[in-house]
Every structure is written in structure tokens, then in C-alpha cells.
Design a protein around this ligand. Structure first.
Ligand SMILES: [Zn+2]
Length: 317
């Protein structure tokens, strides 16, 4: 049995919440999943989350010292509240930390999910080595987190590192935030599937394998599968998404001169299909020094969001 400090981490999503028990080195010792059921309200959710945390500890015979929540949305980590989230509207403004503390009596952190993933990547993937790193989370949306001078950088109001809303194309595709040309509008899963649909209806897209996507559902995974089979439309979609991600990452490196960029999240499973066009953009720039210094990689560890949340729980006083 590990003598290290243990913590519970939860990655709270719109549909499911992943819950893990991990040690301070980032080893996952037990895990489970519950339905979030946001419409039933934050109190009921936190009660079920607390019950799941208790049974994880009971089943494994281990005791956690802290708990951390990573939540998609605008989080006030100082106050331990979610200010607003489009996917978890009923949780907005609720005192999450205070309530969870009253249930479990543990040190409790409440953090934006991308910030939590960045911290997870910093500790578990990079072993706290780099001075500065950026994390890009690829899912429905594109998020990001920054670790600067080995500390999580939240910005002045907690919105630091919103990499997905950096503009990479003037008057470009429409983003869910309402603006045009955001990185997310190209590299978020809806940006990728939208681009695929456009190409599929074009003259060279009629024979695309994507017309026969499993269950008729166009997903980033289906685009990956088709690209690996040589489908021209699918390959073009990743090339385009990767190109815009490359532009975003280049700007990020020029701005912050980070040592590492870690790409995580469900969509990052496309691996080289994303990495190759990103590297191509970085190599094409004349001013090479900071770009050459930065190492770009796809995160390998699962559940970095939940892990990072757990580790941030341990950092709480
Ligand atoms: Zn946007």
C-alpha cells in the first residue's frame, strides 16, 4: 500500500463525471463514474459524488486527504464556485466547495477542467520538470491551461489560457462563443465535423468513406478511422484542423516561450494526424528559436483532468 498522500479527483462533465483516487505522484489507484444529472441540481450531485468518493475509499481500503473538482466552465477557484457553464447551468453560482467540504471534511479544490488537465499534465506527464508549459484540451470545445514558473496561471479572473478563442482566421468559421475565426471553430469537434460535412457535399466528396460513418454519426473518431484508411476528405479535415492548431500553438509559444505544449482530450487521440500538420506550421516560420525550443506532444495518461483536480486538492491548505 502506498504511503504517499492520496486524493480524490473528479472531472465533472455535462453528462458523466469521472471520479478517481490517486496518489501524489499521479498513480490512479481506483476509479468510478457517475451520471452528472445536472438538471437535478448541484446539491443532489454533490451528495452522490461524496457517496462515490466514500465507497471508492472503502472498497480500496485507502483514505484520501483531499478532493478536487475539475469543471467545464467559468470557475472562481478562490471562492470555490462555478460562475457559469453552458453545460451545467443549474450549478451556476452554487457554493460547491463549501457544500462538498461539509459532506466529506476534506481539503477541497474547485477548478476549471482545462486548468485541472494542465496541472495533471504538468505533474504526471512532465514530472514538474519544465519551468513553463501550455496544455491544449481538444474535445467538443478547445480549452487550455498554463503552468508558468511551475504554478498554475489562472489570469486575473480565472479565464487565463482560453486558447480555443484565440483568433486564427479573420472573419473565419463561427465559434460556439459567437465570434468568428476562433481556433475552436476549426479544431473543436463541431468545427471538424462541420468541415467534413462541407467537403462531403462537394464534388470530390461524394465517394468519401465518411458517408458510411458508423451509425451515420460523423465524429472525430470516424474522421480518424477514415483518414487512416486513406480517405481524402478525412485527411483534408485533419490537415486543416492541424494547420489552425499549429497557428494557435505558434502564437502561444511566441507569447510565452514555453518549454512544452501538451495536447490532451478525446480528440487528441487522432495523434499524428494532428501533430504532423502542427509541426509543419511551426517549421515553416522564419523565427525559429522559441519554436524549436518547445516540445510538442500528445498526452498519454488517461483522466488527466480528474488527476489534476486531485493533485490541486492536495495543494489546498
Ligand atoms: Zn470562440
Amino acid at each position: 500500500v502506498s504511503k504517499k498522500k492520496l486524493a480524490i479527483g473528479a472531472d465533472v462533465g455535462g453528462t458523466y463525471s469521472k471520479i478517481i483516487l490517486a496518489d501524489e505522484a499521479g498513480r490512479i489507484l481506483a476509479d468510478t463514474q457517475i451520471e452528472t444529472q445536472a438538471s437535478r441540481g448541484p446539491k443532489k450531485f454533490l451528495r452522490r459524488l461524496a457517496d462515490a468518493a466514500i465507497s471508492l475509499q472503502r472498497q480500496s481500503g485507502l483514505r484520501a486527504k483531499a478532493i478536487g473538482l475539475g469543471i467545464a466552465g467559468d470557475v472562481d477557484s478562490e471562492a470555490g464556485k462555478l460562475r457559469f457553464s453552458p453545460n451545467l447551468k443549474p450549478f451556476s453560482g452554487f457554493p460547491l466547495r463549501r457544500t462538498l467540504q461539509s459532506y466529506l471534511h476534506l481539503r477541497t479544490a474547485v477548478e476549471n477542467d482545462a486548468n485541472a488537465a494542465a496541472w495533471g499534465a504538468f505533474v504526471c506527464e512532465l514530472k514538474r520538470r519544465p519551468l513553463n508549459m501550455a496544455c491544449v484540451t481538444l474535445g467538443t470545445g478547445v480549452g487550455g491551461g498554463l503552468v508558468l514558473n511551475r504554478k498554475l496561471f489562472r489570469g486575473s479572473t480565472g479565464s487565463g489560457g482560453e486558447i480555443g478563442h484565440m483568433c486564427v482566421e479573420a472573419d473565419g468559421a463561427l465559434c460556439h462563443c459567437g465570434a468568428r475565426g476562433c481556433l475552436e471553430a476549426y479544431m473543436g469537434s463541431y468545427g471538424l465535423t462541420g468541415a467534413a460535412e462541407k467537403l462531403m457535399s462537394g464534388p470530390s466528396g461524394r465517394k468519401s468513406l465518411l458517408h458510411r460513418a458508423p451509425g451515420g454519426k460523423l465524429t472525430p473518431q470516424a474522421i480518424t478511422d477514415a483518414a487512416l484508411k486513406g480517405d481524402a476528405v478525412a485527411k483534408a479535415v485533419w490537415k486543416m484542423g492541424g494547420y489552425y492548431l499549429g497557428l494557435g500553438i505558434a502564437s502561444l509559444i511566441y507569447l510565452l516561450n514555453v518549454d512544452n505544449v501538451v495536447i490532451v482530450g478525446g480528440v487528441s487521440k487522432a495523434g499524428r494526424l494532428i501533430l504532423d500538420p502542427v509541426i509543419k506550421v511551426l517549421r515553416s516560420k522564419p523565427f525559429q528559436a522559441p519554436l524549436k525550443h518547445a516540445r510538442i506532444r500528445i498526452g498519454q495518461k488517461p483522466h488527466l483532468g480528474a488527476l489534476g483536480a486531485a493533485l490541486l486538492g492536495l495543494e489546498e491548505r
